[in-house]
Design a protein around this ligand. Structure first.
Ligand code: FAD
Length: 459
């Protein structure tokens, strides 16, 4: 039997006591994300708006929303902070957008592990765990606004991934609690390898309500910018530093000119035409910094012909920040694209992964091959124990056909492309749906209500 038409008045009555937003402008705002970086996605997603936004304050309220959606067959799209890049939380079929930011408690911190509610912002989690000597192992550059649930369902890695790999790597996400979308919703706990059922599933298979994460020890971190006259020397330095086991770091972010020209606040430190590497390293890497002294990082920089042009210690309880207040994190990962697009809205980007290549020949070839049309932005990450370059290249957009050609050209050269210009999971990084995630979907979302339209596997 076809489902009854949605009686929105009955739905609203059933949700009484839970915060709801029906105002069209607000619904529009809360139905969008940063797919605006893609000239392909903008027209495709322009008219997709939720009928209602619901903002539960606790798991009991989440349960009630899930129940009502199952009863009335209301499409349900989860939303954290809406910083995703591929329309991940855009409600293609309307219905309810479930804003999870009300579930924002850090529940406990114990022995290097934290338990949090899914709507907690990443920076807010660190604020609680850092005084105890622990911090998140990896964060996206949107860590000030993004939620942990959104990061796990929609993100992959970021600052910290050079040491701890990505979210999908064993041992980073320890457990998840997931609410099913049924007439009698259940709360399922996933632990160990089971977390992969939901990790990076874009919220198509249940509502994450709680997360348990392994943490990293906090070091006295220092932001450093190194300038290079030659781009490939910058890349060689980046790869070498990424592989130096004795130098503790959480960011190695490499940018070919003219990308540094988009970093307005950093411009006083970056000479015209120069390339740069943005780093966050433990302070020990710079010891020996007294006049005439040289620390291990300075030695490495010298070996590759670079120059340290900027340095700032992170503030701590005993130690105030020195130098100008620039948050280096917010120049890296997809914040690079954000800064560039602020100055030139015709720019867009790619998401790529280079194969392990000690000689870095492919990067060098593609750097020259595309010239100014595709500008090299590399983020070094650890994959299966090896440091490799992930690219978030900036592209001067001309036409959809040319963008597709650029993507194909990368793939033909053996570069993996997670196409950020599609809202279909299989057409992005996945290529095909994970059968384990699809099997889990049939258990937790029997009516196919969660984030409909995002996977081709369901038609
Ligand atoms: P949202 O965008 O709200 O949601 C993302 C996905 O998760 C959606 O499919 C949504 O339905 C689902 N979801 C949200 N909450 C839940 C829940 N509780 N249960 C089930 N599903 C849920 N990403 C990276 O990985 N690394 C980066 O360094 C990075 N840098 C970025 C920089 C910029 C400037 C921008 C705009 C984006 C960047 N991103 C990055 C993408 C994005 O910021 C991250 O993936 C972020 O963690 C998403 O969190 P969010 O709370 O905004 O999630």
């Amino acid at each position: 039997m076809p489902p009854p038409p949605i009686d929105w008045e009955a739905v609203k009555t059933a949700l009484e006591g839970i915060e709801t937003i029906a105002d069209r402008n607000q619904c529009q705002k809360l139905s969008s994300d940063y797919h605006t970086f893609s000239p392909i996605l903008v027209p495709q997603l322009a008219d997709k708006v939720a009928d209602l936004v619901v903002r539960p304050a606790n798991a009991a309220e989440v349960r009630r929303v899930a129940q009502v959606c199952a009863q009335w067959r209301v499409p349900l799209t989860m939303r954290g902070a809406g910083t995703g890049n591929y329309g991940q939380c855009v409600p293609l079929a309307g219905g309810i957008v479930l804003d999870m930011t009300g579930l924002n408690q850090v529940l406990w911190v114990e022995g290097g592990v934290v338990g949090v509610e899914a709507g907690a912002k990443l920076a807010a989690i660190d604020k609680i765990t850092r005084p105890q000597g622990w911090e998140l192992r990896m964060i996206p550059s949107t860590y000030r606004t993004a939620t942990i649930g959104g990061f796990i369902a929609g993100g992959s890695g970021g600052i910290g991934s050079i040491t701890y790999g990505q979210l999908r790597d064993r041992g980073n996400v320890l457990a998840l609690k997931v609410m099913t979308v049924e007439e009698e919703p259940r709360l399922i706990e996933l632990r160990g390898r089971e977390v992969q059922k939901v990790n990076h599933a874009w919220g198509i298979n249940g509502i994450i309500t709680e997360v348990e994460l392994a943490l990293a020890p906090v070091y006295p971190w220092v932001d450093v910018v190194v300038s290079f006259a030659d781009f490939m020397q910058a890349v060689r330095f980046s790869q070498r530093l990424s592989q130096e086991d004795g130098l503790v770091k959480k960011l190695v972010s490499t940018h070919a000119w003219p990308i540094p020209s988009y970093f307005t606040a950093l411009r006083p430190y970056l000479a015209e035409g120069s390339h740069c590497v943005l780093l966050i390293v433990a302070a020990a890497a710079l010891r020996g910094e007294m006049p005439g002294g040289s620390g291990p990082l300075q030695d490495l920089v010298a070996d590759f012909g670079g120059t340290i042009v900027y340095q700032k210690s992170a503030p701590s309880k005993t130690h105030q920040a020195s130098g100008k207040s620039i948050n280096l994190i917010e120049y890296t990962w997809n914040h690079t694209t954000l800064h560039a697009r602020t100055l030139d809205p015709n720019l867009t980007y790619l998401q790529t992964l280079f194969p392990a290549d000690p000689g870095l020949r492919l990067i060098e070839h593609l750097y020259h091959h595309f010239g100014d049309e595709v500008m090299m932005h590399l983020e070094f990450i650890r994959v299966n124990g090896t440091a490799i370059a992930a690219g978030l290249q900036l592209v001067r957009f001309t036409t959809a056909d040319r963008l597709a050609e650029i993507i194909r050209d990368h793939e033909d050269h053996g570069v993996f492309v997670a196409n950020p210009h599609t809202y279909i999971i299989e057409d992005g990084g996945r290529k095909q749906m994970d059968p384990q995630q699809m099997a889990f979907k049939t258990q937790v979302d029997p009516y196919g209500l969660c984030n409909p339209g995002k996977t081709r596997a369901l038609g």
